[in-house]
Ligand binder design. Structure first.
Ligand code: NDP
Length: 456
């Protein structure tokens, strides 16, 4: 059942669905935003056509990516780049390599990215891209050949002032390195600012790998502070065991919390004693170097239970574990209505989305009904793209900032995003509703820029 009450916004939503009926994830992302925009549109009726334009990508490119595996067999994948909105800056957003990637998923991610980037306060438009290529089980040489073939087409669509991709699921430091190398060769120029998430030896920023996970925890820290509490002594469940999950775990532990779960696409581990710094270092080696399964953690640590759980997203049962704070950091639609109800029944106090759209609309309704503090990904995981913005600033200035300086700026940005979402929710009549506040605040800046620039 569509939630949008505002007649003009509902009409726009219906057109979006009619135009691309086979894109459910994109519809879900549009519905969540449009459902919040009523008060902003009532205050600015001139923005109604802007909303309609905002729901259509400025450009969506799809291309063929042929590559040879180590045995000489040819494979053909599909590549995409969605340049959704460039009103406030160059398109900016990650690349996802995962077999589930399709136009609907990338349009949802690129659409979310518009509002997220706006909230950071930095001049970045919204984009996203990727491929249905699965890097799992591939050799380094195969991943390199794939990345080079992918960049041979992507190259003509990007640029440091045009469109600046970064990592996402399946795209980490290794992939960014291969992509950057090929771009540099094709362009015959060392343009550091064309990709972010680079290695430190060729233009990367300190704290960029940590930024999304740290930023998430900084946001939730601010949210807890509004109720006079903090992470100290809190039990926390985290899903995923990739980039975002690892650094969220590290920061929660540093702030005195105890992380008791992590997962991957095969299942989850429950460690009631807590995943401390040493155990996390073990997981990082497992996931980033050996590229193994999270189940191995249970085999090597006492008192840990592994629950195999398929089909994806594979956190089945994980959200029934009693915790104070839940941080979904794997993928979209990980917490459904029943799982949200289980968290609420166990007294969860706050939920912070590290992944993009990990909570279904029905799950979100359960949290809102129960007055659980809820941080939507477009606000709480914006630390990654914000630090990418800082990486671009360092590349332009040909400087490298120190670790402390970048971390301080990241923390300040997250404090500001929290304040913006909090204050906007209060101003428009729904105090404490961060979903509402983040959507309205993110939208207003982009709408103002689109309005000023005319019909494009
Ligand atoms: P990684 O590839 O580093 O890690 C993803 C983790 O999620 C892995 O543990 C993976 O398990 C698990 N996972 C992926 N897909 C599924 C699935 N369908 N079912 C169950 N588990 C799954 O990605 P990131 O940590 O970078 O990204 C995680 C989330 O955070 C994504 O939603 C991404 O869009 C979002 N995000 C990331 C940012 C960043 O800076 N990296 C910035 C903002 C948001 P397995 O190892 O088995 O694949």
């Amino acid at each position: 059942m569509v939630k949008i009450m505002h007649a003009a916004l509902k009409e726009i939503y219906d057109k979006v669905v009619a135009r691309d009926p086979d894109q459910p994830e994109f519809h879900q992302a549009v519905e969540e935003v449009l459902d919040c925009l009523g008060p902003a549109i009532d205050a600015h009726p001139e923005y109604i056509p802007i909303v309609e334009a905002l729901c259509e990508p400025e450009r969506a490119v799809q291309f063929r990516v042929p590559w040879y595996d180590d045995s000489g067999e040819l494979h053909v994948n599909r590549g995409f780049r969605i340049q959704f909105n460039g009103a406030i800056g160059p398109y900016k957003g990650g690349l996802r390599f995962h077999p589930t990637v399709n136009l609907s998923i990338l349009k949802f991610l690129a659409f979310e990215q518009i509002f997220k980037n706006s909230l950071t306060g930095l001049p970045m438009g919204g984009g996203k891209g990727g491929s249905d290529f699965n890097p799992k089980g591939k050799s380094d040489a195969e991943v390199m050949r794939f990345c080079q073939s992918f960049m041979m087409e992507l190259w003509r669509h990007i640029g440091h002032d045009t469109d600046v991709p970064a990592g996402d699921i399946g795209v980490g430091g290794r992939e960014i390195g291969y992509l950057f190398g090929m771009y540099k060769k094709l362009q015959n120029e060392f343009t550091a600012g064309v990709l972010t998430g680079k290695g430190m030896s060729y233009g990367g920023s300190l704290i960029r790998p940590e930024a999304t996970g740290y930023g998430l925890v900084y946001f939730v820290r601010e949210m807890l502070a509004t109720k006079g509490t903090d992470f100290n002594g809190k039990t926390v469940s985290i899903s995923g065991s990739g980039n975002v999950a690892q650094f969220a775990c590290q920061k929660v532990t540093e702030l005195g919390g105890k992380v008791v779960t992590m997962s991957d696409s095969r299942g989850f581990v429950h460690d009631p004693a807590g995943i401390d710094a040493d155990k996390l270092a073990w997981i990082m080696e497992l996931k980033n170097v050996r590229r193994g399964r999270i189940s191995e953690y249970a085999e090597h640590h006492d008192g840990v239970i592994f629950t195999e759980s398929q089909p994806e997203p594979s956190t089945n049962g994980m959200w029934s574990i009693k915790v104070d704070v839940a941080l979904p950091c794997a993928t979209q639609n990980e917490i459904n209505q029943e799982e949200a109800a289980a968290l609420v029944a166990n007294g969860v106090m706050a939920v912070g989305e590290g992944a993009n759209m990990p909570t279904t609309p029905e799950g979100l309704a359960v949290f809102q009904e129960a007055n659980v503090m809820f941080a939507p990904g477009k606000a709480s995981n914006a630390g990654g793209v914000a630090t990418s913005g800082l990486e671009m600033a360092q590349n332009s200035a040909r400087l490298n900032w120190g670790r402390k300086k970048v971390d301080k700026k990241l923390s300040e940005i997250m404090v500001n995003i929290h304040k913006t979402a909090y204050d906007t929710a209060e101003k428009y009549g729904r105090p404490g509703d961060y979903v509402f506040g983040a959507n309205i605040a993110g939208f207003l800046k982009v709408a103002e820029a689109m309005n000023a620039q005319g019909v494009l």
